[in-house]
Design a protein around this ligand. Structure first.
Ligand SMILES: [Zn+2]
Length: 246
């Protein structure tokens, strides 16, 4: 029996002579692995729509224990990602994070929508890479159940604290002791951006303005928060960072 899904190809592995196994993040079926037969040969008609980071409509059926793609129609290719090494590296990092989160069976629908919007912001809108990265990291934390507390410092009650405790997932003034964990500085611009990202609708997530210095802080907070909460590193993130060294 044939099945049809719309999904984003997050990972590809070469298989046998000319096949690939694709990890696909779908709205309705979560993360699935599909076999694309013969896709590495130049003449394959599946080739375009089965590329890494393509969003495609895939028709497949069970063939000898492998769910095998019969037809593939590309819905969005995100070509802008493939023309810039840093964007491609960031896309790989987002894909790695999305795979980690979806394995834990969180809401795929929201996750798929977030990563598609992040790819679009990088690829078509050309939004600053560090901004897209920070938004993605913080929103993934929300989806995974790690929504931070951004209202007031839990120690003194200030509504404009100048620090964020990445271990506790809460704002906390740098001078207020009483809670353990790693604290990073946040200026008012960074705090506003953190609140914006947590409260905004998905469509407007990537459209805010921020100063360079606040973006630098935001970037450090969101990345450290994600890595701390997920309790793991990401090889694709390490690779992205090697590209930034002048
Ligand atoms: Zn305080």
């Amino acid at each position: 029996m044939y099945q049809k899904v719309e999904g984003l190809i997050l990972r590809e592995v070469n298989y046998q002579d000319s096949d690939k196994l694709l990890d696909v993040l779908t709205k309705d079926r979560g993360l699935i692995t599909l076999r694309a037969r013969g896709v590495r040969s130049r003449s394959s008609r599946l080739r375009g729509a089965c590329q890494l980071f393509c969003y495609s409509e895939l028709t497949y059926f069970d063939r000898q224990g492998h769910e095998t793609i019969q037809e593939a129609v590309s819905l969005e290719q995100f070509t802008g990602l493939r023309q810039d090494m840093e964007k491609l590296a960031l896309a790989s990092y987002f894909a790695q994070v999305a795979q980690t989160v979806s394995q834990a069976d969180f809401f795929t629908d929201e996750l798929l929508s977030l990563i598609l919007n992040a790819f679009y912001a990088l690829s078509a809108l050309n939004r600053p890479k560090e901004l897209v990265k920070a938004v993605f990291e913080l929103r993934v934390c929300l989806i995974a159940g790690f929504a931070p507390q951004l209202d007031v410092c839990p120690v003194c009650g200030s509504s404009q604290p100048d620090g964020f405790n990445v271990s506790q997932g809460s704002v906390q003034c740098l001078n207020c002791s009483g809670l353990e964990g790693i604290r990073l500085p946040v200026c008012q611009g960074t705090l506003s951006a953190l609140r914006y990202i947590c409260n905004q609708t998905p469509k407007k997530l990537f459209s805010f303005q921020i100063s360079d210095s606040a973006l630098c802080e935001l970037s450090a907070v969101c990345e450290t928060y994600l890595v701390t909460q997920m309790e793991r590193g990401f090889s694709a993130l390490d690779f992205y960072k090697t590209l930034l060294i002048p």
